[in-house]
Design a protein around this ligand. Structure first.
Ligand code: HPA
Ligand code: ZN
Length: 357
């Protein structure tokens, strides 16, 4: 259903355009090749029902029935992660790929409860991921921040305990945000009000976000804003169902972290063309374009940009606005934002001028 060509010139522009990623689950970057390698190294026996090879994974990952079907694979996949080095290697592979896609700033999710319930120490997880964030910064010059997600299918008390176990990392600035993921519809945002209030009271500088409006309707988005007091919404595609909400997102400049290829793979829409991206743009609802779980959905950040380009045919000027909105909605400091704004201008001038000449 691609309607617009992504010319070589446009593709290089999209690659070089300084991008920020706000919605990627590090456990969702576990490529099948690494999954099987770690399963072997750590003596993990995968369940009979799990695909047996890279090829079988590729085939099965192409046929997720919905979010829950994907999550059932995602939790099995993460069971191969055992040592601090496993977490480090996983994150370093992602940072290398993000860098080669022209992503300059990544805010990455991780799901500690998915590891702690398998008796992996939370320090093993966070220290592995944190070391990768630092090393990626030295190696690639990218900036990287960790966002701890709570699993909404687990009780809020478990979420609160997890926040307590991670308190030193919030205090030391090693974790920068709180998010909420996993099965959306049966577990609405209001269940987690106390967890979010705890972070807001005790660590006022910490960014708050939540998955909302992926499978849940627009009320999940409003409730996340009202009760969880988030400043960002992950997915949020269903916000388009309510005009008032759209105006609110535009006025408050609440960033939606959209994940186009994920929405197709999880049957939210049949094609990227069906996403309300043009409407978000026209109504000044800021959004960024992200990969979500790239190893499961068959595309990293640049693939998602290209998929959007071939459906919506944005001009370079419009792409510049999208890149700027992504920087504005990031949780890096103002100096870093300024640096990124300037880089966007340099790339825009380089490519837009080539077209005019
Ligand atoms: N939605 C909800 N939970 C998730 C996702 C997602 O797309 N990816 C990993 N956990
Ligand atoms: Zn997600």
């Amino acid at each position: 259903m691609a309607q617009f060509e992504c010319t070589e010139h446009m593709e290089s522009f999209l690659r070089e355009l300084p991008k920020c990623e706000h919605h990627v689950h590090l456990e969702g970057t576990l490529e099948p090749s690494l999954l099987f390698k770690l399963a072997k190294r750590n003596n993990i026996t995968l369940p009979e029902s799990f695909p047996k090879s890279v090829e079988e994974c590729t085939d099965r990952y192409n046929r997720f029935a919905d979010l829950q079907d994907f999550l059932d694979h995602y939790y099995i996949g993460m069971s191969v992660l055992i040592t601090e080095n496993d977490f480090y290697d996983l994150a370093m592979d992602y940072f290398a790929k993000a860098h080669s896609d022209g992503c300059h700033h990544s805010e990455v999710f991780f799901d500690p409860q998915g590891h702690v319930e398998r008796n992996i120490d939370i320090d093993t997880v966070i220290q592995g991921f944190h070391r990768a964030c630092k090393d990626a910064n030295s190696k690639y010059g990218t900036t990287n921040k960790l966002i701890m997600c709570l699993l909404r299918h687990l009780p809020a008390e478990n979420g609160l305990q997890t926040i307590h176990s991670a308190s030193k990392y919030y205090e030391d600035g090693i974790i920068h945000g709180l998010g909420l993921d996993s099965s959306e519809k049966p577990f609405p945002p209001e269940l987690f009000t106390e967890c979010y209030a705890h972070i807001k009271t005790n660590y006022p500088g910490i960014g708050l976000t939540a998955h909302a409006g992926e499978e849940g309707d627009h009320t999940f988005v409003s409730t996340s804003l009202d009760l969880l007091q988030v400043s960002r919404i992950d997915h949020g595609v269903n916000s388009h169902q309510n005009e008032e909400l759209m105006k609110r997102l535009a006025t408050q400049e609440t960033l939606l972290s959209l994940c186009p290829l994920s929405n197709v793979k999880l049957q939210v829409v049949k094609d990227v063309a069906e996403l309300p991206i043009a409407k978000f743009f026209e109504m000044n609802v800021p959004f960024s374009i992200n990969s979500d779980d790239p190893a499961y959905f068959g595309g990293y950040i640049l693939d998602n940009y290209k998929a959007v380009h071939t459906r919506f045919g944005f001009t370079m000027e419009q792409w510049k606005v999208i890149a700027i909105n992504g920087i504005k909605g990031s949780w890096c400091d103002d100096d870093r934002k300024q640096e990124l704004f300037e880089l966007v201008e340099v790339v825009y001038k380089k490519y837009a001028v080539t077209i005019d000449a």
